[in-house]
Design a protein around this ligand. Structure first.
Ligand code: AVI
Length: 315
C-alpha cells in the first residue's frame, strides 16, 4: 500500500504539470473531513441525492425490477457512511425483499462504522462489507451468479476522467449479467455560482480536506511538506463542466520525500492538480456509456435539477 502510494506520488510530482491522486484523500482524517463536507451548506450534492432517495424510494425500488421471491445482491461501490442507502435498505427490508447488502469501500474505518451503525438501526439487513479499491473489487463481483443491483452514488464517478469512467463502467458491465442494474449518482452541469462554493466553502473545510493530502504524505511517506505554504485553489468552468482542485505553492520551495528518495521543486504559484469532479448531462453520460454494455433506462432528479441518479441496465 505504502509502496503504491509512494510510486503514484513520485509519478505525479515528476510531471511538468504536477498531479496527486485524489484517492489518497481518504485516510481517517480525510474520511472525517469528507463527512463534514457532506454536511456543509455549500455542498448541495449530498442533500440533493438524499432528497431523491427520501422522496422517490418506491420508484427507485421499482426500477430495480427485483422479484420479492428471488434473492439478489445489493452492492454499493464507495459506500462511505451509507446515510442515503439506509433509506433504501429500510424500505427493501420492510417490503420483504430477499437481499444481502455488500458495501465496498477503500476505507476500512468507514466500513466498520457503517456496519456498526446498520447493525443497530437495521438489524434485519444482512451486511457483508468488502474492503478494497473498487477497481480491484470488480473481478470478485462475478464470483456469485445471483442477480445484482450495483449502487455507485454521490457522483463518485465524477472523480474519474471520462476515459477512466468509461473503462470502469465497461469492466463493471463485463462482470455483471444481462438484466443486472446500476444506479449511478451524478452531479449535473450547472453554473459556477452554485458549483464553485461547494468546492470552496466559507469555513475552509474543503481546503483542509485538500491540504490533508500533504499531512498524509508527511506522516506516511516521510515527506517535508509545509502545509502552511500551500493554498487550496479550486476552479470551475461551466463549458467544460469539471470542478478542479489544486494546491498552489505559496512560494518557491523544495520538498523531500524519504519514501521516494527524491526532492521535488515548486515555483511560486505552481499548482499541483489534486482532483477533478466532473459534472454531467445526458449527452456526456451517453458518450461515456457508448462502449459499455449499459443503457440508460430511467433518470431520477431532485426538484432543483441539480443532481441525477441514472438507472442503467446491463444489456
Ligand atoms: C467524493 N467526491 C464525489 C467528492 C466530489 O464532490 O468530487 C469529493 C470532494 N472533493 C471536494 N469536495 C468533495
Amino acid at each position: 500500500m505504502i509502496e503504491q502510494f509512494a510510486k503514484s506520488v513520485d509519478i505525479g510530482l515528476s510531471k511538468p504539470e504536477k498531479t496527486l491522486p485524489s484517492k489518497y484523500f481518504y485516510d481517517k482524517n480525510g474520511d472525517a473531513l469528507f463527512v463534514e463536507i457532506m454536511n456543509m451548506p455549500e455542498y448541495y450534492l449530498t442533500r440533493c441525492e438524499m432528497e431523491i432517495f427520501s422522496t422517490q424510494t418506491a420508484a427507485l425500488i421499482e426500477s430495480f425490477q427485483a422479484d420479492k421471491n428471488t434473492y439478489f445482491e445489493l452492492i454499493e461501490l464507495g459506500a462511505g457512511d451509507g446515510t442515503k442507502t439506509s433509506k433504501l435498505l429500510e424500505a427493501l427490508s420492510t417490503e420483504g425483499y430477499q437481499f444481502d447488502y455488500l458495501p465496498v469501500d477503500i476505507s476500512k474505518n468507514s466500513l466498520d462504522q457503517l456496519q456498526t451503525s446498520l447493525e443497530q438501526s437495521l438489524p434485519d439487513v444482512s451486511v457483508i462489507p468488502k474492503h478494497g479499491d473498487y477497481f480491484e473489487m470488480l473481478g470478485s463481483i462475478k464470483d456469485s451468479h445471483h442477480p445484482k443491483v450495483v449502487l455507485f452514488l454521490g457522483s463518485n464517478i465524477g472523480n474519474m476522467t471520462d476515459a477512466v469512467a468509461s473503462d470502469f463502467l465497461y469492466q463493471l458491465g463485463a462482470n455483471l449479467s444481462k438484466g443486472d442494474k446500476l444506479l449511478l449518482g451524478t452531479d449535473l452541469i450547472k453554473s459556477a455560482d452554485i458549483v464553485l462554493p461547494a468546492y470552496n466553502d466559507k469555513k475552509g473545510i474543503t481546503s483542509e480536506f485538500n491540504i490533508n493530502l500533504l499531512h498524509r504524505m508527511n506522516a506516511e511517506l516521510g515527506a517535508s511538506f509545509d502545509p502552511d505554504e500551500f493554498v487550496h485553489a479550486p476552479e470551475y468552468c461551466i463549458d467544460e463542466g469539471i470542478a478542479k482542485s489544486y494546491l498552489l505553492s505559496a512560494r518557491k520551495q523544495s520538498v523531500e520525500i524519504e519514501a521516494t528518495g527524491k526532492t521535488y521543486h515548486f515555483k511560486e504559484g505552481e499548482k499541483i492538480h489534486t482532483e477533478i469532479s466532473r459534472k454531467y448531462n445526458d449527452d456526456i453520460l451517453s458518450k461515456i456509456l457508448a462502449k459499455t454494455d449499459f443503457e440508460i433506462t430511467q433518470k431520477f432528479t431532485d426538484q432543483n435539477n441539480y443532481f441525477a441518479d441514472y438507472l442503467l441496465s446491463r444489456n
